[in-house]
Design a protein around this ligand. Sequence first.
Ligand code: MCA
Ligand code: AMP
Length: 505
Amino acid sequence: MTNVLFDTLFGKHAGQTTPFLISPDGSILTHDGFLGMAAQFAHAITGAGLSAGDRLAAQVGKSPEALALYAACVQAGVIFLPLNTAYTARELTYFIEDSGAGLVVCDGADLGGIREICAGVNARVETLNGDGSGTLADTAAALPARFETVPRQGSDLAAFLYTSGTTGRSKGAMLTQDNLLSNALMLADFWEFDASDVLLHALPIFHTHGLFVATNVMLASGGAMIFLPRFDQDLVIAHLPQATTLMGVPTFYTRLLSDERFTRALTSHMRLFISGSAPLLAETHVQFEARTGHRILERYGMTETNMNTSNPYDGERRAGTVGFPLPGVEVIVTDPATGQPVAPDVVGQVEVRGPNVFRGYWQMPEKTAAELRQNGFFITGDLGRFDTDGYLHIVGRDKDLIISGGYNIYPKEIEMVLDTQPGVLESAVIGVPHADFGETVLGLIVPAPGKTPDLDKIAMDAAQELARFKHPRELVLISELPRNTMGKVQKNILRKKFADHFVAA
Ligand code: MCA
Ligand code: AMP
């Protein structure tokens, strides 16, 4: 028996001395070197007691070693659970407890707090720092660079990625080997990646975009990645000349356009710029083409589904659209009342079916049943329409979600924190337009009768609880929240009212 994901994406590179990861300082890790590192980590995590089907939670900085830990999990059949490095101890506690992780890998600087969380649930802790050092790396370094791959089937789970929910409770999306593999192979082919490609990788590796879309596509094609620790504008501009492709969120592109060093000459050798995770303004698409001569290729996906649609590689990349359903993926737009497909140009809910669609939410059968239909279609929560040429337009969201710089933020989670603050009767959190992040978080607070809440103190207290990117960038007092006859807060009215509200930070 084989391990289909490992063998197809990773194992096939055994013995290859071609570059896989190029660090900003110019050091190179070859495909074979990466596999050796992954094998050492696979020994280390199995030595720590993990076996196939167990969960490993990792809140670690971006490094070749961190990526090798993902590969090690695949090789050992362990379910990989990457976590945003911005999460606070409170947020982490939930993920560790809910997933039942047997091993948590964190930065040495966070060890104290995480050890405490893990003690309560009997999970082991090891460290891996942003520079690749740490207790897990030390153990791994002394272990063999070959590991007997653990057999796994395509239907076995490969990863849990937590996505927040409208109820404020995050859901662990269970992704199988087949989910990841089918999408990686199809995208590499569809976007015409091959071994000569060099991807400038400036995304975080704890989300679908940087981990599965970018990394798995490059593994499938055999190309290399210039592996930047984060989106650092100077480094991106300095390394573009060595790259052939870039994948980014819209903020990458608006930031690059605001930089006069980003010119047609700098990008003339590039093959492809891809955007996703949040809506790319048609205006950005147009400005980008005027500046560089390249048309950004916009695609649309989700944690639960990987990638669903893409503008064509050959053919018209249409601004303001996310293109056509990808090969093997069915996308329909349905009437929310009947579930029946609607005609072109009619807005409805976007539903997706295919080998890319996840297995369900970990230990949440009701949530799974509510979003994943019996017939295999997943209700994305996005609202869209197909135009008469077949391009999909995402026109809004049925779910209460803010996307800031490509990070998803569920207002409910923030409202639950604000509502418990002294002097607060209730709150509503909305997204307002933001030049850099696309949308940003505005907190609206209704004071309890006769009280004057201390907004600075509330902001400070909320900051202890929530990851930095979720912090309301501004808190505003309002007298009451608009409600419909069912008593539901009418966020659309609030969004309209505050659409021109300028949030500077
Ligand atoms: C950083 N900060 C943010 C964000 N990022 N605040 C709100 N939204 C953000 N996205 C905080 C920082 O902690 C900092 O706090 C302050 O804002 C300014 O930070 P700055 O240095 O400007 O930010 P940065 O470090 O340059 O990061 C911005 C970024 C980054 C490059 C846009 O957020 C990023 O890489 N985003 C990509 C996210 C991504 O990969 N999403 C894919 C999800 P302070 O003021 O305290 O210093 S997967 C997905 O959505 C699906 C599947 C899909 O389709 O891909
Ligand atoms: P996540 O839950 O982090 O996987 O984010 C998925 C959500 O991001 C989708 O449901 C969409 O709302 C949004 N999204 C991703 N790509 C695009 C895009 N190209 N245009 C508009 N929204 C997008």
